[in-house]
Design a protein around this ligand. Structure first.
Ligand code: CMC
Length: 429
């Protein structure tokens, strides 16, 4: 018996088992040898919502939820947000190292020159109702890209994987902006290769009749920082969905569409939209105490608070608060900020939130920033999906090369009826 093992005594049989411990985990398959008799299936672990299950080994993103640490490939999020750009971070997340100058130049060129979408995508977009939620439009249109690039199904072809990676990162901002323009009844704006990733996105969103769109550099940088903060977050709900769907080896477009669908819900990427709705509903700083009281009565959740992993503070929340102030210098102060600050102040002093380790997460302030940028609330989750695409793709690529991975297929504990005979209609009660 080594020290790196777990000794288990099965009190049903008195048998003792030594389960190896590696990287702070036991392999769940080791439990299967623990049986009452030869006919027994073997022990399983029960972990609904995967609270304590590592589903993969990964080298991409490190989070220490108790200490509020987030690193991409070892680099602290604070340093990346201050000194890097989104595209550089995207390269880092995908390829494991910061690019040198010529690698970065080529990468930026590649991403910039794949931003156009097939004209049929525009026709497709025209089929949506005027009030279609942009997330529904985004999810459907990403899935539709699958039909434009049938070679993408060859996920073992390294060259194809590289090409689809570039296409996805480049085209999602275009589709997102088109979804917005469609909702507004505005003509679509073609990408401008002279602009940065974020500058071009702002142009495709907001260009009107001017010959050349020139983004405000402070807003362009703020968006870049927001994109860096949202780029990856290890095995969250949408990323796990990307890996789960990707494990059956479809093309990456449908997997990214599935991941985006997982992001859509209010407990995940939909929270930023829910935060602004909540703040608007509260309406005034004086109504904050009553709202907090209703949360404590269990009638509702304080959206933008709490996180499955961060139990101290969300480091992204700290950076984003500063970004909010930078943006408001340009756009003017969003009145919802005062309500948000008051909620944060009260909640951080209140035992209900303190004892449950509930702190503002990244989405508590991102929605207020997006609103200040002139975006409708329905676009907020789309703004999360654009940068998270790089994380989804990096995790998917890692999964494809991981010899431990097979098609994802959890087990269940069956609690339904035992075998019984079919009952004819006239004999049923
Ligand atoms: N407001 C009020 N109470 C809360 C909240 C909240 N936002 N979040 C958790 N709680 C309470 C919950 O009621 C429970 O209390 P009790 O022990 O008395 O039953 C306790 O805290 C633990 O909650 P949980 O649901 O077991 O925690 P979880 O880890 O499953 O949930 C969460 C994590 C993010 C889904 C949840 O905190 C939440 O719903 N937050 C609001 C939605 C939100 O802001 N989501 C964005 C997450 S960050 C962006 C992203 O990566 O998606």
């Amino acid at each position: 018996m080594t020290n790196d093992s777990l000794t288990v005594i099965d009190n049903r049989t008195g048998a003792t088992y030594d389960l190896p411990i590696s990287d702070g985990t036991i392999n769940a398959m080791e439990l299967r040898q623990i049986k009452v008799d030869a006919g027994d299936f073997g022990l399983m672990s029960y972990d609904p919502s995967y609270l304590n299950t590592a589903s993969c080994r990964s080298t991409i993103t490190y989070i220490d939820g108790n200490k509020g640490i987030l690193r991409y490939r070892g680099y602290p999020i604070e340093q990346l947000a201050e000194r890097s750009t989104f595209l550089e971070v995207a390269y880092l997340i995908l390829y494991g190292e910061l690019p040198n100058q010529s690698q970065l130049d080529q990468w930026v060129y590649d991403i910039t020159h794949h931003t156009m979408v097939h004209e049929n995508v525009r026709t497709l977009l025209d089929g949506f109702r005027y009030d279609a939620h942009p997330m529904g439009v985004l999810i459907s249109t990403i899935a539709a890209l699958s039909t434009f690039y049938p070679e993408a199904r060859n996920v073992n072809d390294h060259v194809s994987v590289e090409l689809q990676t570039r296409r996805l990162l480049s085209k999602i901002p275009t589709i997102a902006a088109y979804a917005y323009r469609h909702a507004m009844g505005l003509p679509y704006v073609y990408p401008d290769n002279d602009l940065s990733y974020c500058g071009n996105f702002l142009g495709m969103m907001f260009k009107m009749t001017e010959q050349k769109y020139r983004p405000n550099p402070i807003l362009e940088r703020a968006l870049d920082v927001l994109f860096i903060l949202h780029a990856d977050h290890e095995q969250n709900c949408s990323t796990s969905t990307m890996r789960m769907v990707g494990s059956s080896l479809p093309d990456p477009y449908v997997s990214v569409a599935a991941a985006a669908a997982a992001l859509y819900g209010p407990r995940h990427g939909g929270a930023n939209e829910a935060v602004v709705r909540m703040l608007s509903e509260i309406g005034d700083v004086k109504n904050v105490p009553e709202f907090i009281a209703s949360v404590k009565r269990g009638e509702r959740r304080l959206m933008g608070f709490g996180h499955r992993v961060y139990k101290n503070f969300d480091p992204r929340g700290v950076i984003i608060k500063q970004t909010a102030h930078d943006v408001f210098e340009v756009t003017g102060r969003n009145p919802l900020l005062d309500i948000a600050l008051e909620m944060e102040r009260i909640a951080l002093e209140d035992d209900y939130f303190v004892s449950r380790k509930l702190y503002p997460n990244v989405d508590f302030y991102s929605g207020i920033i997006y609103e200040a940028l002139g975006l409708p609330t329905t676009m907020f989750t789309v703004m999360f999906a654009i940068p998270r695409t790089v994380g989804w793709i990096a995790q998917w690529r890692e999964m494809l090369l991981d010899g431990d991975q097979k098609i994802a297929r959890p087990r269940q504990i069956y609690l339904g009826a035992d075998e019984r005979d079919y009952v004819d209609m006239d004999s049923r009660s």
